[in-house]
Design a protein. Structure first.
Length: 130
């Protein structure tokens, strides 16, 4: 399950009703969560002492006809010296902590041990609009 973040929902609504312009950055970043966000609350991102968000690129070919995009390169997070369990993923408009959550989703629970790296292969991240 997943959704747009509240920021993106409001930005799109304002844009399509000509209330505000939608500002779009040039880079988006994948983030990992130990407690996933929801429409009602913020989640808990993996601690930054062993992790950083990763720039993520998506294909655009067919996006306007298929209603979805996928990542075009592997998304590999840094090796960590602390173990953690990932239950969610989100896409942000900023590398550093904070920024605007664009999309979020639950993932199959993934235990990351000391020295392990979390990785999403090419095409593993799919964002769909219905």
């Amino acid at each position: 399950m997943g959704s747009k973040g509240n920021y993106l929902e409001n930005a799109i609504l304002g844009h399509v009703t000509n209330v505000t312009a939608l500002a779009v950055g040039t880079v988006v970043y994948s983030a990992l969560f130990t407690v996933i966000s929801s429409d009602a609350s913020d989640g808990t991102e993996v601690p930054t002492d062993c992790y950083t968000r990763v720039a993520t690129t998506f294909c655009t070919a067919g996006a306007t006809t298929t209603g979805s995009v996928t990542n075009t390169g592997a998304v590999t997070f840094a090796t960590c010296a602390t173990a953690y369990t990932v239950v969610g993923w989100a896409l942000y408009d900023q590398l550093a902590a904070g920024g605007n959550e664009l999309y979020w989703a639950t993932v199959t629970t993934l235990a990351i041990g000391i020295g392990d790296q979390a990785t999403f292969g090419v095409g593993a991240i799919v964002i769909t609009e219905d």
